[in-house]
Design a protein around this ligand. Structure first.
Ligand code: SAH
Ligand code: DHB
Ligand code: MG
Length: 225
């Protein structure tokens, strides 16, 4: 995990560990992280307290249908799916078949039956969802390839209804988003995503910076009007 110089990253990590132990200590989720690590997946899931935040928001919103873009080992999917009512469902999209296999095992071990992991690049699976009218979703969590975010946001508008929530991870990227001359396609993707989120009249949105075990980053929150 890269962090810009001079930031108190050790303190952020220590405080995050303290808060995670208090608010988000969970054997099933720890088992999912351990299995993901053992299977060679990168250590880039949302943090424990961020996962708990996703869970609380999904539950407070009464979400019954959730779409996730970017499954990895299913860590955030488990937090989100636990917020669903018994007849609710979570569909999570993942490009990498190995990640999807690990996620399915983690989700099953967590005792969740109402989750579908769908393999394919979201550049194809999201338009297919629109074409097959599988929506609308009450909550969309965007957390896949950062250069894809602008399209994922456009498609999310077609997969939601007024009142739906859109949440996106990694929208600050150690502050790189304030560099107007950035030429990293991932940073450019996030910059365009944030501009769209701010200017699209069908969203009311904000971005909150976060520090912690994931370094300095941010989460975007939008409600569809
Ligand atoms: N939401 C997960 C972390 C996701 S990491 C969690 O917090 O637990 C990003 C994931 O997006 C990786 O598994 C990666 O394989 C997947 N991904 C990357 N590009 C993608 C694409 N174009 N379509 C779908 N998934 C993609
Ligand atoms: C990285 C972090 C993430 O949370 C993610 O979704 C993708 C990549 C990273 O640090 O590379
Ligand atoms: Mg992320």
């Amino acid at each position: 995990m890269s962090r810009s110089g001079g930031e108190p990253a050790q303190l952020w990590t220590d405080v995050d560990a303290h808060l995670a132990a208090m608010f988000a200590d969970d054997d099933a989720l720890q088992a999912a992280l351990n299995a993901s690590r053992a299977a060679g997946l990168p250590d880039i899931a949302v943090s424990a307290v961020q996962g708990k935040l996703l869970h609380i928001i999904a539950r407070a919103a009464g979400a019954r249908a959730i779409l996730e873009v970017g499954t990895l080992g299913g860590y955030s999917a488990i937090w989100l799916a636990r917020a669903l009512p018994a007849d609710g469902r979570l569909l999570t999209l993942e490009a990498d078949a190995h990640h999807a296999d690990v996620a399915r095992q983690n989700i099953e071990r967590a005792g969740l039956a109402n989750v579908e992991v769908r393999v394919g690049v979201a550049q194809e699976t999201m338009p297919a969802l629109i074409a097959s009218q599988e929506g609308p979703f009450d909550l969309v969590f965007i957390d896949a390839d950062k250069d894809g975010y602008p399209n994922y946001l456009r498609w999310s508008l077609q997969l939601t209804h007024p009142g739906s929530l859109i949440i996106a991870d990694n929208v600050v990227r150690q502050g790189k988003i304030i560099d107007d001359a950035a030429n990293d396609p991932q940073v450019q993707g996030i910059q365009e995503f944030n501009r769209m989120l701010a200017s699209e009249p069908r969203f009311s949105a904000t971005v909150i910076q976060t520090v912690g075990i994931k370094g300095h980053d941010g989460l975007a929150f939008a409600v569809v009007l």
